[in-house]
Design a protein around this ligand. Structure first.
Ligand code: FES
Length: 127
């Protein structure tokens, strides 16, 4: 039997693999929700882009392997799972999202309710 949580999730296209070089990241907006997509040695990871401290863009942070350091006050996060690394404080973790590559497209799995009021192809914005 499939649970409601699974039914409400869907993989959607975010960008092409070639849009994000190894060691780089991009912010992509869907319905004004910002996702940070990171390329770590050819593997893509997705986390919430807004830093939980004061909202800076994590995809515009300093990337060191699978760690991103926020540009503003230097909090560090693991891009693989969103864990805040400077201390044990789960309330400061950011959400992470499953990713996959289909053809050239990097996709992330998100809650379908994010898509209810938009056409994602039209609302995608990249920085
Ligand atoms: S806004 Fe990111 S550490 Fe302060």
């Amino acid at each position: 039997m499939t649970g409601d949580a699974e039914v409400m999730k869907e993989f959607i296209d975010m960008c092409k693999e070639s849009d994000i070089l190894d060691g780089e990241a991009k912010m992509i907006l869907i319905n004004e929700v910002a996702f940070g997509i990171f390329n770590v040695s050819g593997t893509f990871f997705a986390i919430d882009d807004a830093c939980p401290h004061a909202g800076a863009s994590l995809s515009h942070g300093i990337i060191e392997g699978d760690v991103v350091r926020c540009r503003i006050h230097h909090w560090r996060f693991c891009v693989r799972n969103g864990t805040y690394l400077d201390e044990m404080k789960p309330s400061c973790n950011v959400r992470n999202y499953p990713t996959r590559v289909v053809g050239e497209q990097v996709q992330i799995e998100i809650d379908k309710t994010l898509l209810l009021h938009c056409n994602p192809q039209q609302d995608f914005k990249q920085t």
